[in-house]
Design a protein around this ligand. Structure first.
Ligand SMILES: Cc1cc2nc3c(=O)[nH]c(=O)nc-3n(C[C@H](O)[C@H](O)[C@H](O)COP(=O)(O)OP(=O)(O)OC[C@H]3O[C@@H](n4cnc5c(N)ncnc54)[C@H](O)[C@@H]3O)c2cc1C
Length: 333
């Protein structure tokens, strides 16, 4: 179904009120192909549930939203199950399905907003687990040839909050389904994240308990987009070499860091932002969340450009203060 001149306010978790000339909701791969071949002549783009974007202007083209659903078990052994999931499934609904069936691997990723189709784009991750640990492959329409292709895990170049789909293939493919390899019993539970480990003390090590604690932490720490517009972490945590880390530690001995790989260390961007006094800062209706400095918020009527101006200001201050470049995790559209 194609709608004309539609506000996207309810299609992005920042709640930014901009319009798209056309909005197309797609229920199947066949429909996607048909609409692209016969109905769309000008520019188009794809959105999921709008929880990792900042809309900065009206769009004079077609905004396509993948709504194709379905979770299908394709193969299983005694220990593993391979499932194929439609891009339009809600990510958290998939987590709930896996918990109900006692399949493990995605319990730490409970309550991350968004669609299944968008999950590989930035290799979603939380509480010690990233999507790539369960990702098998995905199917996507290559826009230039209008042919469906399979992308196996090895070709997806997954990294911290990134993949080939956020870099070389950005805007060039539309993901229509994703295959995941989940575990049956015995589960391998990951409670390496400090706070999760603490909360699990005295509780049975089940995936259902892990998910319940993850949900509790998320609810206590992250602002609910239903109540206050936001797109989760606006910035990625910067990754620095050991040399840069030592220089920073010299100046800021209390700086927290985590080993990311040999000679590379991740710094919590929230801490860096808090330290320069920006936690809770507000400019008009654009702000930095009071409890979580990594999250930019819309207090009501902020425009995308107001949020962007504040984000650019933070970026500049961080560079001047620490000599560090902050990258946006959120996609600007
Ligand atoms: C409160 C909150 C908490 C969050 N916490 C986390 C977290 O813990 N970890 C984490 O990793 N992320 C987190 N996020 C970010 C967000 O949930 C994820 O990035 C999610 O995968 C985005 O899904 P979406 O469907 O909303 O994608 P959208 O925001 O709609 O789109 C994101 C990007 O993907 C592209 N895209 C979407 N669907 C497709 C498709 N089918 N094919 C090709 N391209 C597509 C879009 O063009 C856009 O560039 C959080 C966001 C919020 C609001």
């Amino acid at each position: 179904m194609i709608k004309e001149n539609v506000s996207l306010k309810h299609h992005n978790t920042f709640g930014i009120d901009v319009k798209t000339k056309f909005l197309v909701e797609i229920l199947s791969e066949d429909e996607l192909l048909r609409i692209l071949k016969s109905k769309i002549k000008g520019p188009f783009r794809v959105l999921g549930l709008g929880s990792n974007i900042l809309l900065t202007k009206n769009y004079d083209g077609h905004t396509i939203i993948m709504k194709n659903k379905g979770i299908v078990v394709q193969e299983q052994t005694e220990t593993e199950v391979l499932i194929k999931v439609g891009a339009g499934e809600v990510w958290h609904d998939l987590v709930l399905w896996a918990l109900k069936n006692d399949y493990s691997g995605i319990e730490n990723l409970a309550l991350i907003p968004g669609s299944v189709g968008a999950a590989p784009i930035q290799n979603i991750g939380a509480y010690g687990v990233e999507l790539n640990s369960v990702f098998k492959s995905c199917r996507a329409l290559e826009i230039s040839s209008l042919k469906f292709k399979n992308y196996e895990k090895e070709s997806c170049k997954f990294q911290y909050r990134s993949s080939i789909f956020k870099e070389e293939l950005k805007g060039k493919v539309i993901i229509t389904s994703v295959c995941f390899l989940l575990r049956k019993k015995p589960h391998k539970i990951n409670i390496s994240y400090g706070e999760l480990q603490r909360l699990m003390i005295g509780k049975e090590n089940t995936i259902q308990n892990v998910a319940a604690e993850v949900i509790a932490i998320r609810k206590s720490k992250l602002p609910d987009p239903e109540k206050i517009g936001n797109s989760g972490s606006f910035f990625k945590n910067p990754i620095v070499t050991q040399k840069k880390l030592l220089a920073l530690k010299n100046e800021f001995p209390e700086i927290p860091y985590y080993e990311e790989s040999k000679n590379h260390f991740k710094l919590p961007a929230g801490w860096l932002i808090e330290k320069i006094g920006y936690k809770g800062k507000r400019k008009g209706d654009a702000g930095i969340h009071k409890k979580q400095a990594l999250v930019l918020v819309n207090y009501g009527r902020a425009k995308g450009l107001d949020i962007l101006a504040l984000a650019e200001e933070v970026k500049e201050k961080i560079f001047n203060f620490y000599g560090l470049r902050l990258d946006f995790e959120v996609n600007l559209l």
